[in-house]
Design a protein around this ligand. Structure first.
Ligand SMILES: [Zn+2]
Ligand SMILES: [Zn+2]
Length: 315
């Protein structure tokens, strides 16, 4: 093999290392840092470890961590109902990316503050913004551009291109979770919950274990999203390892399995509640129709009982 082949192999290896490294660090920056650590408090880690993971999410263009948490907590409170920031019920493109441009009006600064009382005083996190202003988005964009320029200057074009492609892939992963994992004709459900959340295998793998989204909506605080043997969750594997190494403590585990008595009872309760709500609505509609019919009958009867002027004047 001549030297040019070695050169090419080295380049391929360099590309692969940068691509995979970026995918893992930035991807878990979102899933482990922004999502499971900050938003759901699924585990505890020393502060510098938290900053390490959160920095990965910031470098995936996720914007201010505090603002991201405020959006995601709102999503869990209003999933697929009025007020959900990015439900596909409001349109596919809205769930995929258009929602980002609505947050400034949808969640003003005082609403953000209400969602993140536990994070708002963090001296580092608050530097990056606590609202949905253009200013915090621009800051994130400039930091991201500067870091990529640094990679280009320090490590060369192969590292730069690999990092850029992986960053773009990672940026879209949570958008795919928001969209495909709330579409009723995709994936499957392990748990009956009041929203449309689904487990979608290809999103599960791409988004570092976050595509097992129905499991997550059923047990939002769990640090583990994949609960069946085939639901691979690399973020959970990393948290598990961090716990074994003594870096992570108070790790919240799933409270139920898809086949457990608790989940079956819960599914039955959800179904009974939904059936009950349907019956109440039906009774309400039928009641309204009956009231209307009765009112019509009364006004008809009244019209017949009151004599017309000609009848009244008749001898
Ligand atoms: Zn969701
Ligand atoms: Zn969540």
């Amino acid at each position: 093999m001549d030297s040019s082949h070695w050169f090419n192999l080295a380049r391929i290896g360099e590309f692969a290392a940068w691509f995979m490294g970026t995918m893992l660090y930035l991807g878990m920056g979102i899933t482990l840092g922004y999502h499971r650590l900050l938003t759901h408090r699924s585990l505890k880690v020393p502060r510098f470890v938290m900053y390490f993971w959160v920095a990965g999410g910031y470098l995936a263009l996720m914007g201010a961590p505090i603002s991201w948490v405020a959006v995601h907590r709102l999503h869990h409170q209003k999933s697929d109902q009025d007020g959900d920031p990015h439900s596909p019920r409001d349109g596919f493109e809205h769930a995929l990316y258009k929602w980002m441009f609505t947050m400034h009006d949808r969640q003003p600064p005082e609403e953000v503050r209400k969602q993140v009382t536990d994070l708002i005083d963090d001296p580092v996190l608050k530097i990056f913004g606590i609202d949905h202003s253009a200013k915090q988005a621009q800051l994130c964009l400039w930091v991201n551009i500067l870091v990529r320029v640094g990679i280009l200057l320090l490590f060369g074009p192969v590292a730069f291109v690999a990092n850029l492609l992986a960053s773009i892939t990672v940026f879209w992963s949570p958008q795919f979770v928001n969209t495909f994992c709330h579409l009723q004709n995709h994936g499957y459900r392990n748990f009956e919950v009041r929203d449309d959340s689904r487990n979608v295998p290809w999103v599960g793998l791409l988004a570092m274990g976050e595509g097992w989204h129905n499991n997550h909506h059923a047990m939002p605080r769990s640090a583990r999203h994949g609960v069946r043997w085939f639901e691979f969750d690399i973020t959970w594997c990393t948290i598990w390892l961090m716990e074994k190494l003594g870096i992570a403590t108070e790790v919240v585990r799933p409270s139920m399995q898809p086949t457990s008595a608790v989940s079956v009872a819960r599914a039955a309760a959800v179904k009974a509640r939904d059936d009950g709500a349907e019956l109440v609505n039906k009774a309400r509609e039928e009641g309204a129709e009956l009231v209307k019919a009765a009112e019509n009958a009364i006004s008809n009867a009244a019209a017949k009982a009151i004599p017309t002027p000609s009848e009244a004047n008749a001898p």
